[in-house]
Each structure stands twice: as structure tokens, then as C-alpha cells.
Design a protein around this ligand. Structure first.
Ligand SMILES: CC(C)(COP(=O)(O)OP(=O)(O)OC[C@H]1O[C@@H](n2cnc3c(N)ncnc32)[C@H](O)[C@@H]1OP(=O)(O)O)[C@@H](O)C(=O)NCCC(=O)NCCS
Length: 179
């Protein structure tokens, strides 16, 4: 597989795709997971400011389930999942390329994440993100709004879990049983 700066051959995608250039539902990604994560997170420098954090995510994701939305030959956004058996599934990282923001990629990724969580027998979908910290940071307001508007509940703030300058907001989304 050839990896270019921002484009990926479809060989890394688990399911067969049509050549429709329109955005598709998220599919599982099984190859080049770290490279895709590194590439997209690096592009989102207003949110992901620390290279060490990006690298740690990229390495962790190699062994985690990952889903992505494909646009043409590019992964437009991805979500990676961390299991907390028996009942919780965490969104370790979710990110949409800036050019695709607000075009429904994030929602498709959440749908895939929820489906995966349910299929794994989980009753709770969780995610940790930066809590409000008294600064003018509209990009993080937008991230929190994304979770607020997609069924997540602000469960708790952990002031020092990550770092005292980076308070952690723990969101949870109860997953209703599907009979
Ligand atoms: C958070 C993120 C993944 C959302 O992805 P997205 O593809 O832009 O989201 P969608 O277009 O699917 O949005 C779905 C819905 O979420 C809500 N939403 C999304 N972005 C929002 C924003 N900036 N402000 C308010 N609501 C927002 C809206 O209800 C939206 O539906 P609508 O556009 O019909 O109103 C994306 O903004 C991103 O990559 N942010 C940077 C990285 C990041 O913060 N990751 C999370 C780290 S914990």
C-alpha cells in the first residue's frame, strides 16, 4: 500500500466499497491505523496541540478497533474504540478532517461507535474531553457541543486526571437495549 501525505489507498479498508465519491457510512479500518490517526490529528492543530499525545494515540490505535468514513480515496474522519468490560465502551479518539466538519461525518462515526459498543454487549458509551477551563477556546466549546447534541451526558469533571492545566470532562451515553 502506498501512503501519501493525506490520501490512502483503499487496501487498508476492511469492507468492499463502491466507487461512489459520495460520503459513505463508516466502515472498519484494519490497516495503516496509526498513520491515518497521525495524519488527521496533525491536521487538527487547533485541538491536538501536543505531538506526544498524537504519537501516543497513533501507537495505541494500532491494536484497537477503528472505524472511518471514506471520501474518494481519503479517510475523512475516524473513531477508535477502547473497551472497558463488561459494560462500557470508550471513544478513545474521534476526529474529522477540517474540510469535512459539519457535513455529517462525526455523526456517522458515532453511529458506528454505538453499533460496535452494542455488538460488544456494552450498555454505556463514554468519552473524555477537555473540560471548560475559563479560557476563550471556541474549538473546544464546539467539541463539547458535538457531544451534548448527540446524546451524551456530562457525568463528571476530573480536574487532575490528565494534568491540572487540562481538566477532563467525562461524557457518558447510555445505550438503550435494541430488542
Ligand atoms: C467533534 C468532531 C469529530 C465532529 O465531527 P463533524 O464531522 O464535524 O460532526 P457532524 O457534522 O457529524 O455533526 C453532527 C452534529 O453534531 C453537532 N455539532 C457538530 N459540530 C458542532 C459545532 N461546532 N457546534 C455545535 N454543534 C455541533 C450538530 O448537532 C451536528 O448536526 P448539524 O450539523 O446537523 O447541526 C469534529 O468537529 C472534530 O474533528 N473536531 C476536532 C477534534 C475533536 O475535538 N475531537 C474530539 C476529541 S475528544
Amino acid at each position: 500500500m502506498t501512503i501519501q501525505a493525506t490520501r490512502y489507498d483503499r487496501g487498508g479498508l476492511a469492507s468492499s466499497m463502491t466507487d461512489d465519491p459520495q460520503m459513505q457510512d463508516a466502515i472498519e479500518i484494519t490497516e495503516n491505523k496509526g498513520a491515518i490517526c497521525r495524519d488527521i490529528m496533525s491536521e487538527l492543530s487547533d485541538w491536538f496541540t501536543e505531538p506526544d499525545v498524537i504519537e501516543a494515540c497513533a501507537q495505541a490505535i494500532e491494536s484497537l478497533p477503528m472505524f472511518g468514513c471514506v471520501s474518494g480515496n481519503s479517510v475523512a474522519g475516524f473513531v477508535a474504540m477502547q473497551s472497558h468490560p463488561p459494560d462500557a465502551m470508550e471513544i478513545l479518539v474521534i476526529a474529522t478532517r477540517r474540510e469535512h466538519h459539519r457535513s455529517g461525518v462525526g455523526k456517522r462515526l458515532l453511529t458506528a461507535a454505538e453499533r460496535f459498543a452494542r455488538a460488544s454487549g456494552c450498555r454505556l458509551l463514554t468519552v473524555k474531553t477537555l473540560a471548560p477551563r475559563g479560557k476563550d477556546e471556541p474549538q473546544y466549546d464546539a467539541t463539547r457541543a458535538f457531544y451534548d447534541r448527540n446524546g451524551f451526558i456530562r457525568a463528571e469533571i476530573f480536574p487532575t486526571l490528565w494534568h491540572e492545566d487540562h481538566p477532563c470532562l467525562f461524557f457518558v451515553k447510555p445505550l438503550e437495549a435494541v430488542n
